[in-house]
Every structure is written in structure tokens, then in C-alpha cells.
Design a protein around this ligand. Structure first.
Ligand SMILES: O=P(O)(O)OC[C@H]1O[C@H](OP(=O)(O)OP(=O)(O)O)[C@H](O)[C@@H]1O
Ligand SMILES: NC(=O)CC[C@H](N)C(=O)O
Ligand SMILES: [Mg+2]
Length: 531
């Protein structure tokens, strides 16, 4: 899961960069490894700044000033394919045809096949291990095949139809064609999220596309909707003809490129990825987490029996993601809710950090205990999910060190027993703590007195609305919406091993270390005639 964002302002003399930059902060929870922004000036020149690190690390004020133009896009990356090298920061750029940039959230499960095709048939050079660069080149190849001096929106939709035929997996993308417009599209199963919103201005409408609605509401894009699975929207900047005919703002076009196959948004967006103040596919993430907490409460009560209240002195959330559910669990079961783990707000999400060692250390640096809330008490700690068990092991131990009598753990997600193939670097099976274990064995392995998992049916029911009742659940069941061959799963695992090795060696003296921290497109905004 990465975060993607694109913005088109109606006023050609305004700058898109400040809102893109701030918007990326609102998507930071979706990717902490790299960030990037590309803008397009009025005469079509692209300006880029991207590199490894969090949003606050990658952009300086002087770099942001160089990113001129009233349209642009941004990306925050959590690597799932390729490596975590600086060069794989997004958006990606190709100069031919027309100058295209693309930002991708998701994973293509036929990456190796696409790479072969681009090499042997399309003869396009791909310079990284990223599947997103493959996707961009497939799109560029399909546009190039039209062999047109200038394209229109129909050409874009036509090219995309062929892209959909070639690529397989989960993907939500934003892209920009220099001087022409921005677009957004979503895979035919709607696995990864994407929303579009509009905002009225005296010059016409501004448009924004983003992974999560929280960015849109923050900037006053009140009128928004989800991009449908298999749909593309293209927002064309006002051209000469538009301006001559009195229309100054951009124009929106949308097309259902391919039929929706089976609408299956990734349920893990609701469990963990997304911010609670986002609404995805019509369902408030906050509401889904309340539902999860309520259902889990009934499960807990059943497990502990009628006198459950005498066995649990406090319900304690693991901040941040589990807060909403834990509160609802406590209210439903009429138990006290206690914020006994205090989070250091300056440390990011641990699960999406690269490398097990840093993840383990970060849990302790991130969470600290209120001793008195544990001492001599029976505590039920609630987390949204138990994945590798890094967090649970540490917090159970912290609770014991603080003098807790019995430590139970409840998870809003069911047992995670399979990799996630659509955009989460979710370990191979062996790294998953629940793989091949019973609940009791998981409890033993993390040192808890008991573990209570949500049932899969209850999780699905928590997220079901009249719009969506079917979800991508591969990490719980091993069955993936688009299928995932054994060959692909082996490939994923090999890639992870190689990446871990590369991370371990990253302190060695090598050429990569000499590379600049941010990657630009070799042009700075020094000549105003290029705006
Ligand atoms: O079993 P694990 O492998 O440790 O993974 C699960 C934990 O990781 C996530 O927290 P994270 O710190 O990433 O983010 P949060 O602050 O949003 O809860 C998630 O919320 C769980 O707490
Ligand atoms: N988490 C994501 O969505 C990752 C996008 C892409 N597969 C990458 O690794 O850069
Ligand atoms: Mg957490």
C-alpha cells in the first residue's frame, strides 16, 4: 500500500505543489520509505523531486519552490516489488511518448511476464526492479502504438483498455501527461482504493485524485466519489480552444474501460492501512473499526464465559490503529478502557518499516507503559492485527514487566496465515506468527495467557455495506482475487530475501551511497519562459 495523489487546479497561475506536499503528509501512513512529487508547468515542462525517506525528509523549501505548475502528482512509497533503492521512488517518468509520469499503489502479479514483453517485443528499457515502472512502460507503449502527434481523451481510454488486458494484479494509479492532463484508474476488481473529488473556484473546478478521502476533505474537495473498478477518469487542462470559447477550467472525462470483474476491495484497508477518518468505497473506516470492536467483544465474552467481567480488569488498545475498535469492545462488554500504552508521536508505523530488527526496536521506542494500569491487573490488550507478532511479543512482555497478572490479547483481524500479494510487503508464510499454529500456540509463542481472534465472517460483516459485501481476503485464506501462481509466490519470496540482503549490506561502501538523496529531472525552474 502506497499513497497516491494528483491535483489539477482550474487557475493556471496557481501552484499545485503546496497542496500536493501537504496532502502527502495525510497519506504518510501508507508509505514511509520514499516520497516524490512531479508538477507540470504551463508549457508542459515537468519538475520532479523524489527520494528515499518520509515526506519531511525528502523535500526542502527550496526544492518545493522549483515544483511549479498548476497540475501535478505525488506518491509515498511502501515497497512491495523491486527494492527499496532510492531509484525506485515514485512517480516514475518516461519521456516518450509525450512525457508521462505515473504513481502506483498495488502489486502486479505478472511482473516477470511484463518485463519479458517490454524487453523482447516493446523494446522499452526498464531501469529498476519496480513493477510500477513496468506498468508505466506498458501504458507508454500502448499510447505510442497509436502513432499520433497529439492524443485526445479517447486515445487515452483506448490505450488503457490494452493496458488492462496486459496487466494483472491490484492497482490504483494516478498519471500525468505533460501539458495535457491528469488521470486515475483502478483495477477491474477495485482491490486498491482511489477517490476523486472536485472543488468550485471562480475559474472553474479543481480536481483531486487520492488514495484516501481524508486528503480531499482536508482541502475542501467536498464532492467526491470512488473511482469504480475498471474505470478511468481523465482531467484535461483547458486548451487554447477552451479558453477562446470562454471555458477556463479543466474538463473531466470518465470511462468504464473494462467491466468490473468482481468488486473485491482489500479488507486490510479497513483493518489497518487506512486512516479512520477516510471513507473507502462508501464505508467509513472508523465505522468499520467500531463494528470490528463490537463483534470482537461478543467473541471475548463468549470465550471468558458469563463471569468475564471478573476476569478482565482493563481493555487496553495498542496505539494507534486499534484504538477505535478497543474502545467499542470495552463499551460493548461494559469493561473499563484504559490508554495504558503511550505512543511517541514522532515515531512512524512499525509494521511498514523495512527490516525485522528496526521493527522490533521501534516498538519499544514507540510505545511506553503507564505502570499503574498494569500492576496486579488482568489486562486484555486489543490490536487491529497480529502479523509477524513483533508488536504483540514486545507489548505482552512490557505488560508483564509492569506487573500484570494475566495478559490476554485480542485481534480485530482473524489469523493471518498467507502472504498479501497486492501491495503489502507481508512476509512469506514462515514469517507470519499464525502460520501453521493454533490460537493456543500463538499465545504461547508471544508469551500471552490467551489470544482471541476475530472470526472471518465477523470481519466481513463489519465491513459489509449495501455497496460491497465481497472482499479480497487472500491473507486469511490463501485464495487471491486474481489468482497468484506458485511461481509468483516463489518469486515474491526470492525478491524479499534479496532485498533483506541488500538492506543488510546497505552500510557497505558502494556506488549507491554516492547517489544524491533526491532525484530530479535535470531541470530546475530557473528560466520562467519554461513555465
Ligand atoms: O504483528 P506485527 O508484525 O507487529 O504487525 C501488526 C502490528 O503492526 C501495526 O502497527 P503499526 O505500528 O505499524 O501502526 P499503528 O501505529 O497504526 O498501529 C498493526 O497496527 C499492529 O499493531
Ligand atoms: N505498496 C505499494 O503500493 C507498492 C507499489 C509498488 N509495487 C512498489 O513497490 O513501489
Ligand atoms: Mg499497531
Amino acid at each position: 500500500m502506497c499513497g497516491i495523489l494528483a491535483l489539477m487546479l482550474a487557475d493556471r497561475h496557481s501552484q499545485a505543489c503546496p497542496e500536493i506536499y501537504e496532502g502527502l503528509y495525510s497519506l504518510q501512513h501508507r508509505g514511509q520509505d520514499a516520497a516524490g512529487i512531479v508538477t507540470a508547468g504551463n508549457k508542459g515542462r515537468l519538475y520532479q523531486c523524489k527520494g528515499s525517506g518520509m515526506v519531511s525528509d525528502v523535500f526542502t523549501q527550496s526544492q518545493l519552490r522549483q515544483l511549479v505548475g498548476s497540475m501535478g502528482m505525488g506518491h509515498v512509497r511502501y515497497p512491495t516489488a523491486g527494492s527499496c533503492a532510492n531509484s525506485e521512488a515514485q512517480p516514475f517518468y518516461v519521456n516518450s511518448p509525450y512525457g508521462i509520469v505515473l504513481g502506483h499503489n498495488g502489486n502486479l502479479i505478472n511482473g516477470p511476464e511484463l518485463r519479458r514483453f517490454l524487453d523482447t517485443e516493446a523494446h522499452r528499457h526498464v531501469n529498476t526492479g519496480s513493477d510500477s515502472e513496468l506498468l508505466l512502460n506498458i501504458f507508454a507503449y500502448e499510447l505510442q502504438r497509436m502513432d499520433k502527434y497529439r492524443i485526445n481523451e479517447n486515445d487515452i481510454f483506448e490505450a488503457l483498455r490494452n493496458v488492462y488486458d496486459r496487466v494483472n494484479g491490484g492497482y490504483a494509479c494516478v498519471a500525468m501527461i505533460a501539458g495535457f492532463g491528469i488521470l486515475g484508474f483502478r483495477d477491474p476488481n477495485g482491490i486498491r482504493p482511489l477517490v476523486i473529488g472536485e472543488r468550485d473556484t471562480p475559474q472553474g473546478k479543481d480536481y483531486m485524485l487520492a488514495s484516501e478521502s481524508v486528503v480531499l476533505t482536508q482541502f475542501g474537495f467536498r464532492n467526491f466519489r470512488d473511482i469504480r473498478p475498471g474505470e478511468c477518469v481523465f482531467i484535461r487542462r483547458a486548451d487554447r480552444d477552451d479558453i477562446l470559447s470562454g471555458q477556463r477550467g479543466p474538463t473531466l472525462f470518465s470511462r468504464q474501460i473494462v467491466p468490473c470483474k468482481r468488486f473485491r476491495p482489500d479488507i486490510f484497508e479497513y483493518v489497518y492501512f487506512a486512516r479512520p477518518d477516510s471513507v473507502i468505497d462508501g464505508l467509513s473506516v472508523y465505522q468499520s473499526r467500531l463494528n470490528m470492536g463490537e463483534k470482537l467483544a461478543y467473541n471475548v465474552m463468549k470465550r471468558f464465559g458469563e463471569d468475564y467481567a471478573s476476569k478482565i480488569d482493563a481493555v487496553i488498545p495498542v496505539p494507534d490503529s486499534a484504538r477505535t475498535s478497543a474502545l467499542q469492545l470495552a463499551q460493548t462488554a461494559n469493561l473499563s478502557y484504559v490508554e495504558a500504552f503511550i505512543k511517541n508521536r514522532y515515531i512512524g508505523r512499525t509494521f511498514i518499516m523495512p527490516g525485522q530488527q528496526i521493527r522490533r526496536k521501534s516498538v519499544r521506542r514507540k510505545l511506553n507503559v503507564q505502570l499503574q494500569e498494569f500492576y496486579n491487573k488482568n489486562v486484555l490488550i486489543v490490536d487491529d492485527s497480529i502479523v509477524r507478532g513483533t508488536t504483540s511479543r514486545e507489548i505482552v512482555q512490557m505488560a508483564r514487566e509492569s506487573g500484570a497478572k494475566n495478559v490476554y490479547l485480542a485481534s480485530c483481524a482473524p489469523m493471518i496465515t498467507h502472504p498479501h500479494v497486492y501491495g503489502i510487503d507481508l512476509a512469506d508464510c514462515k514469517d507470519l506468527i499464525a502460520y501453521g499454529k493454533t490460537e493456543a500456540e500463538v499465545a504461547e509463542s508471544i508469551g500471552a495467557d490467551g489470544v482471541i481472534y476475530q472470526n472471518l465472517e465477523d470481519l466481513v460483516a463489519s465491513c459489509t455495506t449495501e455497496n460491497v459485501s465481497d472482499f479480497e481476503l487472500g491473507l486469511f485464506t490463501g485464495e487471491y482475487t486474481t489468482g497468484a501462481s506458485m511461481e509468483y509466490l516463489v518469486y515474491l519470496e526470492q525478491m524479499r530475501i534479496a532485498n533483506n540482503r541488500a538492506r543488510k549490506n546497505s552500510f557497505a561502501e558502494d556506488e549507491e551511497r554516492e547517489a544524491p538523496d533526491d532525484i530530479s529531472l535535470h531541470n530546475t525552474h530557473s528560466d520562467p519562459s519554461f513555465d
